[in-house]
Ligand binder design. Sequence first.
Ligand code: FMN
Length: 192
Amino acid sequence: MSPRTAQTSAPILESLSNRWSPRAFDANHEFPEGALRGIFEAARWAPSANNVQPWHFIVARRGTEGFAQIAESLVGFNQAWAGSASALLVAVAETADEEGNARPWAHYDLGQAMAHLSVQAQSEGIYVHQMGGFDPAALKAAFNLGENQVAVTVSTLGTIAESADHLPEMLQERETAPRERRPLEDIVTIAA
Ligand SMILES: Cc1cc2nc3c(=O)[nH]c(=O)nc-3n(C[C@H](O)[C@H](O)[C@H](O)COP(=O)(O)O)c2cc1C
């Protein structure tokens, strides 16, 4: 059990309790060919409203032009740490069908697919850190996204560096800070 393992009030799957969002990625790690297939397969099998599967994923390995384009879209302090990840992933919601009919659950469905992906990743020793701090318009232009395609998150994928010393001090602290959640009693109502 790592110090970052979730302290839970009931047993949960190890790939859930061990999952967390690091910022100190190993800049020397590279994914071998095919290494990300399992995580996308897990996303593919997520449930979605009417089984519409309103998601699309753009992934780029460090060192590629695509990686640079995604990294450039990051804003604020995300620029300071995300570049050492082995790959960057854009999660895209398809918010309407080809006739323009809205898909009201598209963001929800994409979130479920990302949850599947991140839990599968954890079980394979791959860390995922999702981010909302990026410029969606920049990604829309860079990757020619359609009218109904919205970039919702960018994620880093990779393995953890041996040390977080290379991060700005504020981020080093976050790397080891206790993990917190609202208590179960606050988030669950047992209706009688
Ligand atoms: C939709 C979404 C947006 C997020 N945006 C950022 C971000 O821009 N930068 C960042 O460093 N972390 C970001 N995070 C990571 C959260 O801060 C993190 O998941 C949360 O603090 C819980 O920590 P844990 O994942 O380690 O359990 C985001 C997470 C989600 C799901």
